[in-house]
Structures are given as C-alpha cells and as structure tokens.
Design a protein around this ligand. Structure first.
Ligand code: UTP
Length: 286
C-alpha cells in the first residue's frame, strides 16, 4: 500500500505576484482553506501517512500551518469557540508525519521530486501538485492509485484539453488503450499545437515506482536550465510500462489567476451556507 506523498511547493509563484511575495502561493486561500491543504486532505483520504514537502527557505508558513497549535487551541476553548478547534488543528493531521526538504535553487519540478529520494528509498509513492484542485466523488488520487494496484506501474492522471491550450501542458502519446487504461508511449512538454501527439494532457497527480529517481538523475537540464519531470518519465517509458487514466471529475488550475477565481466561485457555490448569497451576488454583478 502506498503511504508516502511528495508535494513540491518550492516554485516561485511568479504568476501570483505580489500576493506571493511574502505569502507562499500555496498558502493563498480558496474560501477559508489554503490551496495546499486541499491536496494534503486528498492524500490523507487515500491512506497516505507521510507527507514530504519540497519547499524553500522563504516558505516556513507552510510548516507552521501543518503543525499543531496548542496555544491558539487553548485560547479558542477559553473563549467558548470550541467549534473552531477542528478547523485549527484537524484530527486527520494527527496520524500523519510532515517532513520538509529544502530545494536550494528552483531547478524545476524534476529536481524537486528528486529531493524526496532520501525519504522514499525503494517504494512506490505519489506526487501531488497543489496547483491542481479537484472536485469529484472519487478523488483524482484514488483513481490513479486504483490503476497502480492493477498494474504495479507508474500511473499518471490525465485529462483531455482544448487543442488551443495544449501548449501549456505536458501531453501524452497514447499507446494501447484497454478498458479506459491508456498505455503511454511517449510524452512532450508544452508542445506547439502542430507537434502535439494528442489532446490528452498530464495532470498534477502521479503514482511513481521508485525507479523514477534513477531516471531523474540521468535527465539533463533543458534550455531554461530546469530538470523536467516529463523527461524522466520519458526515460522510464523506455524501460517500463507507464499508464494513465482520464480523470473523472472537475479540475481547476489554481496556478493561474483565472483557475484560482474559478475554483473559488465553484467551491463557494458548493458550500450550503453560502450558496444562495453567492448566487445572488453573481446575478447582481451580471
Ligand atoms: P510551476 O511551473 O507552476 O511554477 O510549478 P511556480 O513557481 O509554482 O509558478 P509560476 O509559474 O512561477 O507562477 C509546478 C509545481 O512545481 C513546483 C511548484 O511549487 C509547483 O507546485 N516546483 C517548481 C518546485 O517545487 N520547484 C521548482 O524548481 C519548480
């Protein structure tokens, strides 16, 4: 059973400046919860009990956020605000170990994942990019872990995208497709429309077999001086079967401002305590 999750959060968050200057992008809230907590909760729901953040020196508020805060808890109880204690110190965090590894310089997502090797060693693990937020009955992670149980291979969450936006994503070349299981025969990072091998893009949820570390070490830096995770997966495909499945549910790209606002509106409309007011606000604006 997969027990460890890697969450790369060391990126600069340029698209969210100036908000991301003193507050990590991952700590910006969708309603009342930091973006990163949605990914952490998704991982815990699937039985993960060790979360390894790949972080940077400027982002220690993430560490503070996942640590139990006894002081504020006592204050809340003293002032009769007991119903906020669960929000402050969620019970589901109690049986989870949070670890933090500093990525010294932002050399790309591949380099970030490689930093987790010392805590993973020789077992399969998952990677969650907190920028991608999902709303679905079965979590995105659940959908790819189920496929990993069947195949014992690396599995990547996928979704179909509008060809006009294909240049923003890692894109797969599908091989054999059987019972909605797609064998991945190749992939390209951010292709031009004319070079895209399909309209199927990679999502920010992965299950990796541990050999990925071996391939990450072989990958050379690209033209922007980054070690791309996609290039390590390409090497893995040459030696092992790698699969993907099309995610069933809603997805928000909270790494972009439009996606972040979209997720905020969608979650506000899903919230029974706000739903009617938000609908009215939207109607009034329009
Ligand atoms: P992005 O490419 O979205 O970069 O990284 P970013 O820095 O978060 O945002 P922008 O593009 O500057 O606005 C995808 C994921 O990989 C992590 C990021 O934190 C994010 O979760 N990452 C990226 C690292 O941890 N280290 C890196 O060197 C690069």
């Amino acid at each position: 059973m997969i027990k460890k999750a890697v969450l790369p959060v060391a990126g600069l968050g340029t698209r969210f400046l100036p908000a991301s200057k003193a507050t990590p992008k991952e700590m910006l809230p969708i309603i009342d919860k930091p973006l990163v907590q949605y990914a952490v909760e998704e991982a815990i729901k699937e039985g993960i009990n060790e979360i390894i953040f790949i972080t940077s020196n400027e982002k220690n508020s993430i560490e503070r956020h996942f640590k139990k805060n006894k002081k504020i808890e006592t204050r809340l109880i003293r002032s009769g605000k007991n119903n906020f204690v669960e929000k402050l110190n969620p019970k589901i965090f109690e049986n989870v170990t949070f670890k933090y590894v500093i990525q010294k310089s932002q050399k790309g997502l591949g380099d970030a994942v490689l930093q987790a090797e010392k805590y993973i060693k020789n077992e399969s693990f998952v990677v969650l990019l907190p920028d991608d937020l999902f709303i679905s009955k079965k979590t995105c992670l659940n959908q790819i872990i189920s496929l990993n149980k069947k195949t014992d291979s690396t599995v990547i969450g996928l979704n179909k995208v509008d060809k006009a936006k294909i240049h923003k994503y890692g894109v797969i070349k599908p091989g054999i497709v059987k019972n909605k299981i797609i064998q991945i025969s190749d992939m390209v990072e951010k292709p031009l429309i004319k070079n895209a091998p399909s309209d199927i893009a990679i999502l920010g949820r992965y299950v990796f077999t541990p050999s990925i570390f071996k391939y990450l070490k072989k990958v050379k830096r690209d033209s922007s001086n980054e070690i791309q995770l996609t290039n390590a997966i390409k090497l893995q495909i040459e030696h092992e079967e790698v699969f993907g499945c099309i995610y069933n549910g809603q997805k928000f790209d909270c790494g972009s401002k439009e996606g972040f606002v979209h997720a905020t509106i969608a979650l506000a409309l899903k919230d029974k305590t706000m739903n009617r007011k938000i609908k009215k606000i939207i109607r009034d604006i329009i």
